[in-house]
Ligand binder design. Sequence first.
Ligand code: F6R
Length: 594
Amino acid sequence: MCGIIGYTGEKQAQPILLNGLAKLEYRGYDSCGIAIAAGDIAVYKDAVRVEALKKASPKLTGTSGIGHTRWATHGAPSQINAHPHLDCNGEIAVVHNGVINNYQELRNRLIEEGHTFVSETDTEVIAHLIEKYYGGNLEEAIESAVAEMEGSYTIIVLIKGESGLAVVRKESPLIIGLGDKENFVSSDVPAILDYTDRVIYLEDGDIGFITRNSIKVKSAGKEVKREEHKILWNVEEAQKSGYEHFLLKEIHEQPKVIRNTLGEYTREAEPVTDTFGMESADMESMLILACGTSYYASLVGKYIIEELLRIPVRVEPASEFNYFGHTLAGGVSLAILQSGETADTLRAMKKLKESGHKVIAITNVVGSTASRIASHTVYTRAGPEISVAATKTFMAQLMALYWLALSFSRLGTRKLSSLRNELRQMPGKVQQVLDGEESIVEHARYLSRFENVFFIGRGMNYPIALEGALKLKEISYIHAEGYAAGELKHGPFALLGTDTPVIAIVPGDNTYEAMLTNIKEIKARGSPVIALAEEGNETIEELVDRVITVPRVNPLFTPVVNIVALQLLAYHTARERGCSIDYPRNLAKSVTVE
Ligand code: F6R
C-alpha cells in the first residue's frame, strides 16, 4: 500500500506534494512526510494525517520534492518510521510503496560496511544502497541498487545536486503526469488531476529519470518509449462536491455509475459481443477470483451466471486459491478487482496464466497492473473511488457481471431483451432508495447503539448480507456477521438475544416464505429484527421491529437495490458513532501486500 508522489518543475513543490498526498490517503494514512531539495534536502514527517502535517510543517522552499503517506508494514507508525528515508549524509531521500523481502540481509551488510540506520523500516536500506553506489552517476547508482533488491519496490528518489527525480516501478502502480515545464509522479491519478490529464503508465521493471523538461524510461537496461494517455476522469469526480464524506458522495453516484458502466458495454442499445473477450464456447464452467468486496460481487455473479447460463461457477478468495487452488489446464477465468493492484488477486492471475488459462480482468483502473497481466480487460466505469470502503465500484462490478450473463445467456431473445431493459431501469430504482435516505438515518441511529449485528439473506442476497456486514464493520466498527439465513440456526442462534439485532433481507422472490420462517425463529429468541423488504409488503411489518423499504424489482436485480440501502445504513450508523468514515482505522484501499 502507501501513496507516493513527486514533483519537479518551476513551482514551489511543497503545496503540490501536500495536496497530492491528501488525495492518496486512501492508500494508507498512519503517517506521512515530504522531502524538498533546495541545495540541501529538507525533510518534514510525522505520525499524523496529511491535514495535520499541512498545518504543522514549516515552509520548505524548493521546486523538486517527494512525498509519502504510509500504511505500516515494517515498524510501527512513528515519526522515525515515516517516509521519506535518508542515507547517512541526508543527501538521498526515498519514498517507497511495497516491501523489500531481503531488507534484513541488505541492512546487515550495509551496517558492516559502515552505514548507520535510524528506522525499523525496510525502505531505509534503499537510501543506503543508492548511497553506496552513487558516485555522481544517477542512472548507474539506481540500476546497481535495484539489482540487489528483492520484493516489490515502487520508489521515488530525490538526490541533492541532481535536477529532478529518479523512479522505479516494481509491482505497485506508478504514473508520470506530464505538464508544461513541470512533471509529476504519483501512485494514482487523483493526486495529479488538478494539474494535468496527460499521463504515462510505467510498466513493471521500468526505471525513469524525470526532470522538468524531460522523461527518460529504461527497461532491462535499454531506453524505451511509453505511450501517453489522456485521463477521462475529471477533477470534480475526485472531490467531495459538498458531501460530508467521499463515501456518501460515492453511494449517491451509483445511478450514474450504472448508466456509465452499462453504456460502456452497449452500442446503439445492443450489447457489444466482444466486450468480455470470451466466446460462447468458453462458457462451460467459470472460475472467478477476487478479494473483499470484489469477492462478494463475484459471489453475486455466481448466482446470476448460474441462473442465466446454467453452468457451474466456482468463486474463491484469491488469497486461498494461491495456496490451495487446483484447476484444470486451460479454460477461461475471471479476476475481479476494483483497484487493479490487489497483490493476492494479481498472484492468482499469474498462477492461472501459467496453467494455460485465459484470464479476463474486470477492473476500474485503466493502466493498472491487472490490465497488464490479463489476456483481456473489461473496465467498469465507476470513476475514482476515494473512500476506502468500496461502494460504487461494487455496483459497477455487479453491472459487468449482469451484462456478461445477459450477453451469453441462451434464454430466448424476447426474454433477454426484456431483462436488459429492466436492468437499464436500475438507475431510477437506486435513486428511489437514495431518496428514502432520511428514514434510513433513523434506523441507523437505532442500530448505532449495538455492538453485534447479524445480516441474513438467501440466494443472491446472501452475498449482499456478507457485503452489508462488511460495510458496517469496516466503517462503524460494530461487529457484524453475514450469514446464509438458513445457517443461522446451526450455531449462531446461541448469540441471539435483545442486544443482538438481525438485519434480514426479504425480497418477494422464491426465498420469501423461508425468510419469514427464519424471522419468526429469530424473534422467538428475542433479537430485534430489521427487515429489508419491498414496498407494499404489509405483512412483514407485523413480524419485525423495523422495516427498510426498497422498490420492487425483478428478483434477479434485487441485490442492486438492497445493497444501496445497506450502504446507507452502514454510513449513517458510522456517522452516528463519530467514526472516521472515509479512512477507517488499520485499512488501505489497495492492498498491495499478500
Ligand atoms: C471493502 C473493500 C475491500 C476491497 C478489497 C479488494 O470495502 O474495499 O474489501 O474490496 O481490498 O480490493 P480490490 O477490489 O481492489 O481487489
